[in-house]
Design a protein around this ligand. Structure first.
Ligand SMILES: [Zn+2]
Length: 115
């Protein structure tokens, strides 16, 4: 039986184990990353889900012609109207296959929750 006032969310056991291990190691207890000292994994994950949905709504309004096609080993692929654009990491900077320097494709990718 679950906690009163809560619903349950079933996650793949292997993915949850990795997620929880990474959260414990990378996020939990580190100030500035969601006040995790005061919040449980569940409360933190709920907030992140809520913020991700808001972010999708925002980027849909900011970049109505872009679609996330999928992830690659080094970045992602975006469809810009009818043009396929690859965005990838080059050391510590994002670059795209169309433009030189910072561009809207890189902005879109860096804001996208699936990147
Ligand atoms: Zn670009």
């Amino acid at each position: 039986m679950g906690k009163s006032g809560y619903t349950s969310l079933s996650l793949n056991e292997d993915r949850y184990a990795k997620l929880r291990k990474d959260w414990d190691h990378i996020v939990s207890g580190h100030d500035g990353w969601g006040s995790t000292r005061e919040h449980s994994f569940t409360a933190w994950a709920t907030t992140v889900l809520e913020q991700s949905i808001k972010r999708v709504s925002l980027i849909k309004s900011m970049y109505p012609n872009y679609t996330m096609v999928g992830q690659t080993d080094t970045g992602c692929v975006i469809k810009d109207k009818n043009v396929i654009v690859e965005v990838k990491w080059s050391k510590t900077k994002l670059v795209c296959s169309v433009d030189n320097g910072a561009c809207k494709h890189c902005e879109f990718a860096s804001m996208h929750p699936q990147f």
